[in-house]
Design a protein around this ligand. Structure first.
Ligand code: PPE
Length: 307
């Protein structure tokens, strides 16, 4: 994201400002203590126009995250949803990634956040495949991180909070240092949790498995979409506690996320998974997902909000 080649406008507290002017004070609460909650949303362009994917669910999760941290968003959910659509219209954006963020701004410093206002910003930009275009077809190489997800009584993972991503960054940095594309993290008990920015699914025969929400993971909206799509395709989908070694012997493993969409995994900790590239079930599910967002099939779950 180069700083000076952006011609798009950013929505801040109800007004559009130029990208280069979308700034805050270095003394804002968020800069010192990570006081933010945010969303990652994608919009897709297809023959019917440009549509935001699962807008209502993302806005709901933003408000849920803010509620956990007692940040009162000074807008309604409808106003934020409309501001997101307006950001795409104003900027003439088609397929893109949208980042609404709620943060504690400039006021009184100190851990107590209550003396700082709750600000809201919405930015959007083009963002291709999260783990590389090639990975979408051939799969990516991942490693289990030595950094674990926080225990449930430390950082609440149902809140998509900026500070949680310091933990994700440790895992991501370690993975890159070890030559992997991405990390998988275990929860505080050593069970499989999720990637640094994705949920995870295993394919065993004609069944799909994904960790329950008790494994310190984010309640992914793509995770929900994929469970729905897979069940519709006739697969049984089971949420359960998953041990690390099941990753190695699964037939297929894939990541899901807004940025990652459906990304197949071809190796974990230097062990080849299944056939060593995108497996047939991953491919079928990936195709069903893209068929919906590309309007090649009916949007039967009403997941698309056209701008
Ligand atoms: N787990 C984590 C930790 C996570 O950050 C994401 C999204 C998911 C699971 C998948 O959730 P969902 O997008 O609702 O299906 N990660 C966002 C941020 C990635 C980033 O690098 O920033 C995203 O995909 O937008």
């Amino acid at each position: 994201m180069a700083w000076d080649d952006k011609e798009t406008k950013v929505w801040i507290d109800g007004k559009f400002v130029e990208w280069k002017d979308a700034n805050i004070s270095v003394l804002s609460h968020v800069v010192h203590y990570g006081t933010s909650v945010f969303e990652g949303i994608r919009a897709y362009s297809n023959e019917n126009g440009t549509a935001v994917y699962r807008l209502e669910e993302h806005v709901q999760r933003l408000f849920d995250s803010a509620k956990i941290y007692k940040m009162d968003i000074p807008y309604t959910q409808e106003e934020i949803a409309e501001a997101i659509l307006e950001t795409l219209r104003v900027n003439g954006l088609e397929g893109c990634y949208i980042r609404p963020i709620v943060f504690r701004g400039y006021g009184e410093l100190g851990v107590n956040p209550l003396g700082c206002p709750v600000n809201v910003a919405i930015a959007a930009w083009e963002w291709g495949s999260y783990l590389g275009e090639e990975g979408m077809e051939n799969g990516v190489d991942i490693g289990v991180s030595s950094w674990r997800k926080p225990a449930p009584d430390t950082f609440p993972t149902l809140a998509k909070c900026g500070a949680n991503y310091m933990n994700s960054q440790l895992a991501k940095l370690e993975a890159l240092d070890n030559g992997f594309d991405e990390a998988i993290m275990l929860d505080y008990q050593g069970h499989v949790s999720e990637g640094s920015g994705e949920n995870i699914f295993l394919v065993e025969g004609d069944k799909l498995y994904t960790p329950t929400m008790a494994s310190s993971n984010l309640k992914g909206i793509t995770r929900d979409s994929i469970m729905t799509i897979a069940r519709d395709l006739g697969y049984e989908v089971i949420e359960e506690t998953i041990s690390r070694e099941r990753l190695y012997i699964a037939d297929e493993v894939f990541f899901t996320g807004t940025a990652a969409e459906v990304t197949p995994i071809r190796s974990i900790d230097h062990r080849t998974i299944g056939i060593g590239k995108r497996g047939p079930v991953s491919e079928k599910i990936q195709k069903a997902f893209f068929d919906i967002v590309e309007a090649k099939t009916e949007d039967k779950y009403n997941w698309l909000s056209y701008i």
